[in-house]
Design a binder for this molecule. Sequence first.
Ligand code: MG
Ligand code: MG
Length: 249
Amino acid sequence: MITLRSQREIEKIRKACHIVAEILQRLKERIHPGITTLELDALSEELALKHKAKPAFKGYHGFPFSLCASVNEEVVHGMPSRTRRLAEGDIVSLDFGVVVDGYYGDSAVTVPVGKISDEAERLRRVAEESLYAGIGQAVVGNRLSDISHAIQELVESRGYSVVREFVGHGIGQHLHESPQIPNYGQPGKGVKLKPGMVFAIEPMINMGGAAVEILEDRWTAVTVDRSLSAHFEHTMAVTQNGPDILSRL
Ligand code: MG
Ligand code: MG
């Protein structure tokens, strides 16, 4: 069942999302060659506490960190590391969430480290563009898979592939709620979209094949062919006036 959120609830989700957006912005500013992903994790936690917000991922199914930091061929759920230093030319997906007053916000960006290759920058841009293509279909009267289809079509038309194993999701009083929102599929399927639905839409796209595998740490997902991967995510509400992106500053 998909919970329909009142305007008052949407404002609470927006509050959590704004904190996430601000923290992602601060992390972005701190990224430079040589910084470790564990330093970024510590900073994300410190900033969350400053905002009186609780990091949403820490302890979630036992995940030990506040931030997911996925570098290059890492797709999602990258574990912050004391030894992994970001290097010039890397791309890193920063995925962060908080809970405030019982409501969750969730967002992700893929950030360049120093100067990156044109190929990596193009992948990054297409991933972000595909997020907005999906959000553009999150309108009253459309069906859920119209979001999925728009993402897949855009990504594949640019010669990249869409990850199948991880999906977008409903969000509100839990980090992950119904429905699941795949980033691929035929249009016109699934539930009809109604005002008050709140979704975290999050395409993950690969430069090579779509296949991913999980590393021995049991969290980090990487591309099987070790090609680059990029990930963007916004939390948004379906409204009578069109998509309302809650995790935008
Ligand atoms: Mg996320
Ligand atoms: Mg999410």
